[in-house]
Design a protein around this ligand. Structure first.
Ligand code: MG
Length: 296
């Protein structure tokens, strides 16, 4: 069985012919938000409907890291290495401090509660950017069903703690990622859950003082959607899809696919040299070694 589909010959150099797509953990309901801790040699990820964050350690397997997790979804690490998490249940973004306590980064905008923060990234200036679609308050499955008070925006929390809505013309913003030089910001619009709304990735130019411009459609994932995205160190974008992970060149063309037997939600690079791609996919987590390195 082949683990790859190659559309651009250059993709053939990104993969290792004998490296398998390997299931490293299974038995969950819907996993997302993988984040690698090289210093602790572990991967954290969310098992959202079961309201817990799991920890996978190579050679040891899986244990519960945090339960309940306030239905956490996406995670990242800030520039000091601390865990930053989106919580559907808490309708907030939090940071886990070195002593284990949590600090609220954002839970409201202009006096109204956030919807259900979904995915989060941290820029080199320490600002925290996150998407806030309504998925986690639409049902009780991945959070608490409740009233939507704000449109589905993308927010930036600057290092002083001030929050601003930086993208306000999305249906449902979801995965987001900077290019390695932070000159481009990629944001997925994954539409309403049962509608035929946008399922594409848009690209924005990042200008002076982090001002965004542009916003054209960069690529449309098919099948599936860009629930989660990461860049490699050369600026190629790796996106979740219904049939695995798609690798998209900086000019927007599909270079190749990693085929995964379950629908992929999110991904991250990790392990030695950040050459391993960890993929959360419905009930399982998969990993594959690549001839690529992830960007920070
Ligand atoms: Mg997501």
């Amino acid at each position: 069985m082949s683990f790859f589909e190659i559309f651009d010959p250059a993709f053939g150099k990104f993969i290792l012919g004998n490296a398998p797509v390997k299931q490293i953990a299974t038995g969950f309901d819907w996993v997302e938000g993988p984040v690698w801790f090289g210093d602790l040699n572990c991967l954290l990820f969310s098992d959202i409907p079961n309201n817990r964050i799991m920890r996978w350690v190579p050679g040891f397997g899986v244990s519960v890291f945090r339960e309940p997790s306030n239905f956490s979804n996406g995670h990242t690490r800030d520039r000091q290495g601390r865990l930053v998490s989106c919580e559907h249940g808490g309708r907030r973004v939090t940071r886990t401090e070195y002593d284990g306590s949590t600090t609220i980064i954002a839970d409201s905008y202009q006096g109204k509660r956030l919807n259900s923060p979904n995915d989060v990234i941290v820029a080199s200036d320490g600002a925290i950017w996150f998407s806030d679609p309504h998925y986690g308050i639409a049902t009780d499955y991945e959070g608490h069903r409740s009233e939507q008070e704000l449109p589905c925006n993308v927010y930036r929390v600057d290092p002083s703690g001030a929050i601003s809505a930086v993208l306000t013309d999305f249906n449902c913003p979801n995965g987001l990622a900077f290019s390695p030089d932070e000159k481009k910001l990629y944001v997925a619009d994954t539409g309403r859950m049962h509608g035929s709304d946008p399922q594409h990735i848009r690209v924005f130019n990042v200008g002076e003082n982090w001002r965004l411009s542009g916003g054209d459609v960069f690529h449309t994932i098919s099948p599936g959607c860009a629930d989660g995205m990461r860049l490699d160190s050369d600026g190629n974008l790796w996106s979740s899809a219904a049939d695995g992970v798609h690798c998209i060149a900086p000019d927007g063309h599909l270079m190749g696919k990693i085929l995964v037997p379950e629908t992929v939600s999110n991904l991250c690079f990790g392990s030695r040299g950040k050459h391993k791609l960890f993929m959360t996919a419905t009930t399982s987590v998969y990993a594959i070694s690549l001839n690529r390195s992830g960007a920070l």
